[in-house]
Design a protein around this ligand. Structure first.
Ligand SMILES: Nc1ncnc2c1ncn2[C@@H]1O[C@H](COP(=O)(O)OP(=O)(O)OP(=O)(O)O)[C@@H](O)[C@H]1O
Ligand SMILES: [Mg+2]
Length: 258
C-alpha cells in the first residue's frame, strides 16, 4: 500500500455523436479501495467503466495511473502495446457475460494458464499447479481442469473468469455487473467469493452494478450516475443510509420496497 492514489480520473467525458455517454467525471481511486458505480439503465455506467479501463477512448479528459515503478502515466497517451501489457498484468476485467471474458473452447486450466504465459511463464508444471490452485480458490473442483467452460454452469463460468483475471496478481480489477445473469443463490455465493478475494489480495476494484445490495456488500465508496453525470459520491454507508440527492433517495427507497 502506498499513500498515493492508484488512479486519477480528470473530467472524463464520452459522447456518442451528440448523445452523452458520460460527462465530466472526476474521481480518485486508492490502492485496495472498491468503488461502485450505480445508477439506472442508460445512466452511463458501462461507458464510464470502459473509458477508465481504456476499452473505449473518451471524447475528452484524462486518467492518470500510478504505475508499479511509482510514476503516473496518462492512460490515453500510452501506446496500444503498453495498454495491452497493463491489461494482461496489472489489471483484470470481469465481464457480465463470461463468454466475453473466457475462451469457451479451451480447457479451464488453459484459460487460467494463458494469462500466466502472457506474462512470460513457460514452465508447464508451474502453470498447471498455479491453475489448480486458482481453480480451488474460486471453488471449482480441480478435477474439472481439463473441461471447457462451455460445460460449466453460469456461476462456475463466472468464477473461472475471476480466476483467469486474478492469477497474474493484478492491482486493479474492473467488473461490469459481475453477478448480472445469475440466480439469486448463485449471486450470493459469487459475491461472498469476490469479497473474500478482494480483501485477501488487497485489490482495488471498480464495480458497475445497478444492484445497490451488491454495492453495499462489496464497495467502500459509491458514485451515483444519472444521465451521464455523477450526481452523488461518497462512502457507501453514507450514500445508502443518508442519500442527499432526491434521485439517490428514489433509488434507495425503490430497493427497500422490494
Ligand atoms: N455504442 C453506442 N453508441 C451510441 N450510444 C451509446 C453507445 N453505448 C451507449 N450509448 C448510450 O450512452 C448512454 C449510456 O449508456 P451505458 O451503456 O453506458 O449505460 P449503463 O448505465 O451501462 O446502462 P445499463 O445498466 O443498461 O447497462 C445511453 O444513452 C446509451 O444509449
Ligand atoms: Mg451497462
Amino acid at each position: 500500500m502506498t499513500d498515493a492514489p492508484l488512479l486519477k480520473a480528470n473530467d472524463v467525458s464520452k459522447f456518442y455523436g451528440n448523445r452523452i455517454g458520460c460527462r465530466n467525471v472526476s474521481f480518485e481511486l486508492w490502492p485496495g479501495e472498491v468503488l461502485a458505480i450505480v445508477g439506472e439503465s442508460g445512466s452511463g455506467k458501462t461507458t464510464l467503466l470502459n473509458c477508465i479501463s481504456t476499452r473505449l477512448m473518451p471524447t475528452t479528459g484524462s486518467v492518470e495511473y500510478h504505475m508499479r515503478d511509482g510514476a503516473y502515466r496518462d492512460l490515453y497517451r500510452m501506446s496500444e502495446a503498453e495498454r495491452r501489457f497493463l491489461m494482461r498484468t496489472d489489471w483484470g476485467f470481469v465481464h457480465q457475460n463470461p463468454a466475453d471474458g473466457l475462451r469457451m473452447m479451451v480447457s479451464a486450466g488453459a484459460n487460467v494458464g494463458e494469462r500466466l504465459m502472457a506474462i512470460g511463464d513457460r514452465h508447464y508444471g508451474n502453470i498447471r499447479s498455479t491453475a489448480v490452485d486458482w481453480l480451488q480458490r474460486v471453488e471449482i473442483d480441480a478435477g474439472r481442469i481439463d473441461d471447457q467452460p462451455r460445460a460449466f454452469s453460469g456461476g462456475m463460468r463466472q468464477r473461472l473468469q475471476i480466476a483467469r483475471n486474478l492469477v497474474t496478481g493484478p492491482r486493479l480489477v474492473f467488473m461490469d455487473e459481475p453477478t448480472g445473469g445469475l440466480d439469486v443463490s448463485v449471486q450470493a455465493r459469487l459475491l461472498d467469493l469476490v469479497r473474500g478475494l478482494v480483501n485477501d489480495l488487497g485489490l482495488a476494484a471498480i464495480i458497475v452494478t445497478h444492484d445497490l445490495a451488491v454495492a453495499r456488500l462489496l464497495s467502500h465508496r459509491i458514485m451515483v450516475m444519472k444521465d451521464g453525470h455523477v450526481i452523488e459520491h461518497g462512502l457507501t454507508n453514507r450514500v445508502l443510509d443518508d442519500p442527499r440527492e432526491p434521485y439517490t433517495q428514489l433509488l434507495v427507497s425503490s430497493i427497500l420496497q422490494v
